[in-house]
Design a binder for this molecule. Structure first.
Ligand code: ADP
Ligand code: MG
Length: 329
């Protein structure tokens, strides 16, 4: 069903999530919110473009979910509590059925994490979804990329490589096991983990572009290096069940993107606290390496240096090799 822009916005307004500290939500020239006194605000934005960040045929529920999930993941990576967001939608046509499924995906995750959709913008154009998110964090406690220390353990949450495996099967037109598909389409932002790591972790980020590339950001910001032992990477049973050679699996796990797990560093004296956290959250937390003074990332597999085929995804990459074929983030 095709409708006008006003009706689209009205449909979004009816389906939007809310929370009590939104003083004025959708409908005016700007939203008004009441931040908790004494907190620092954490601001972030991420855009998903059709054909770049998700295959064009992706179900609208999954697109809505993922558009918010990748932004929530940034809040998680900062140890921030997400609160409000805005939504910039460019739609090729005004399809009310598409929009209601999109909003169901977006809203399910928004309500799960008590995030209000407080405003946005709706235009016509190639399908693109931009989300701005705002959260808060106690002063001085945010998890930053530049705070890793020599001797820190390197940890990752959950399992790595599922999303990259799903994308690879998708591109090859092969059947995708549900467990892998849902990790690509509907990733789980590690909000509770991020907040619990405040005061435990030194540095953290979320893995969107591939473990080694993202860990490189922590090392560059902290002016340090790292050794990573890939035989320790946490692997899901769904990924293990695929019949692929070890190197292909390791490429997905070490360099594939879209996992939205957290990678963090912490002093060795925090191992017990982190193990307890894994139990409490029922989320695997796995030690995979160590921060060192020598710059650069050194991956090993069973004590042999290991070569990634690609460093990770980069936007506006000139090279047309596999590394640059999408999804570019
Ligand atoms: P204006 O042109 O004055 O900016 P709009 O017509 O774009 O107003 O939007 C009207 C109201 O609807 C605003 O409060 C705006 O924040 C909200 N809005 C528009 N598009 C969206 C959207 N995609 N998601 C959420 N709110 C939206
Ligand atoms: Mg206006």
């Amino acid at each position: 069903m095709s409708i006008g822009e006003f009706d689209l916005v009205e449909q979004i307004r009816r389906l939007a999530s809310d929370r009590p500290d939104v003083v004025l939500g959708i409908g005016d020239d700007a939203a008004l919110v009441a931040p908790p006194p004494g907190m620092q605000l954490a601001l972030s934005t991420d855009t998903l473009n059709s054909g770049v960040h998700f295959p064009a045929e992706t179900a609208p529920f999954a697109i809505g979910w993922k558009a918010l999930a990748v932004n929530l993941s940034d809040m998680a990576a900062m140890g921030a509590i997400p609160a409000w967001c805005t939504l910039s939608l460019a739609l090729p046509d005004a399809d009310s059925l598409w929009l209601s499924e999109f909003m169901r995906g977006f809203g399910t995750l928004a309500r799960r994490h008590q995030v209000a959709l407080a405003g946005g913008d709706t235009t016509r154009g190639p399908l693109s979804i931009g989300v701005h998110i705002i959260g808060f964090v106690p002063p001085g406690l945010a998890l930053r990329r530049d705070a890793a220390q020599v001797g820190d353990d390197i940890w990752v949450s959950g399992h790595l490589g599922d999303a990259a495996a799903a994308l690879s099967l998708w591109r090859a037109d092969q059947a995708i096991p549900d467990a892998l598909r849902s990790r690509l389409e509907c990733p789980t932002p590690r909000i509770a983990l991020g907040q619990a790591l405040r005061g435990i972790a030194h540095a953290a980020l979320d893995i969107s572009d591939g473990l080694l590339a993202d860990l490189g950001h922590i090392c560059a910001a902290s002016q340090l290096g790292a050794e990573v032992h890939l035989e320790n990477l946490p692997t899901s049973s769904a990924l293990l069940a695929l019949t692929v050679d070890t190197d292909t699996r390791l490429q997905w796990q070490a360099s594939g993107g879209d996992d939205y797990e957290l990678c963090f560093t912490a002093a060795p004296c925090q191992r017990t606290a982190i193990a307890r956290l894994a139990d409490t959250l029922a989320l695997p937390l796995t030690r995979i390496g160590q921060i060192q003074a020598t710059p650069s990332i050194r991956p090993f597999y069973r004590n042999h240096p290991w070569q990634p085929r690609q460093a990770g995804h980069e936007h506006f990459c000139e090279d047309k090799s596999d590394a640059c074929k999408a999804p570019l983030r």
